[in-house]
Design a protein around this ligand. Structure first.
Ligand code: FE
Length: 283
């Protein structure tokens, strides 16, 4: 059997963003390369309000999508289109910035734990200046299943298929065909999720320890990202239990020029985005 092999196992890097939110930048920071079609993955996890209370006051985005997944806590989103949404434990917000969205993301709690993820998914060149969109997906609308091995899968995007159960996720996207699953593996469980050849696959372990077939003797600890090769099967095992995000998608293979929250294909397009933002014409 042809197994996907581990290209790299890496920790995230502490970062500060917004008005001073402390987070763990898993991919996309300086020195932490992107993983086409994914531009960035941030984890925020703190029970100290000083780490999150400042939030993300109004700021722009252009050229990609942001996917926010709350494990615990309350965050309020407001944007220039008039959308208002309250993200609570288990909810997902899927925002397509496309040609431009200006929004704020502010915690709606003054104490307690705030925990979750934000993933940036690139848009193909043809859609970068398309219509912006926004979707709140409450936890109750996200398919959740339990495999025969007792693994709980939250199927946020794409098709989950372990050879026995098939479950389409809450979101389907063309072009990059993203898969985004939150997998909770009990001790002693195994999973072989079906993945498309040629799609990039990464795993982020956020609790417990994970073993990957073909990479024996090297359990992946919590707080580590695993980048996998593009072809073959993936077999996951956890001896002691693990919670992880599985993130996969079809690479776009297009040039990327990024300036903060603007991600385009050329420098000229970035300069245009900056002009549009300055002139109030971004969104
Ligand atoms: Fe934002």
């Amino acid at each position: 059997m042809n197994l996907r092999h581990v290209l790299a196992v890496q920790p995230g890097q502490p970062a500060s963003d917004g008005a001073g939110v402390r987070l763990n930048r898993v991919i996309g920071g300086p020195g932490i390369e992107r993983f086409d079609p994914f531009l960035m993955l941030d984890e925020f996890a703190s029970d100290d309000p000083d780490d999150y209370i400042a939030g993300f006051p109004p700021h722009p985005h252009r050229g990609f999508e942001t996917i926010t997944y709350m494990l615990e806590g309350r965050m309020r989103h407001e944007d220039h289109l008039g959308n208002v949404g309250l993200l609570q434990s288990g909810d997902v917000q899927w925002m397509t910035a496309a040609r431009g969205i200006i929004h704020s993301e502010m915690p709606e709690q003054e104490q307690g734990t705030m925990r979750g993820f934000q993933l940036w998914l690139n848009l193909p060149a043809q859609d970068k200046l398309g219509e912006p969109g926004y979707r709140d997906i409450p936890a109750s609308a996200i398919p959740r299943l339990k495999t025969a091995a007792g693994i709980e899968a939250v199927v946020i995007a794409g098709l989950f298929d372990d050879g026995e159960v098939q479950q389409p996720g809450a979101v389907h996207k063309p072009h990059t065909e993203p898969q985004l699953f939150d997998l909770r593996m009990p001790a002693g469980s195994r999973l072989a999720p079906r993945l498309a050849d040629g799609h990039r696959v990464m795993l982020y372990v956020y609790e417990g320890e994970l073993e990957i077939a073909g990479a024996k003797g090297q359990p992946i600890k919590a707080g580590r990202l695993v980048r996998l090769s593009d072809l073959g099967e993936l077999q996951l095992e956890s001896n002691t239990g693990a919670s992880l995000l599985l993130i996969a998608g079809k690479p776009l293979g297009e040039p990327i020029v990024q300036y903060g929250p603007f991600v385009m294909n050329t420098r000229e397009e970035i300069e245009q985005a900056l002009r549009d933002f300055r002139d109030g014409a971004l969104a």
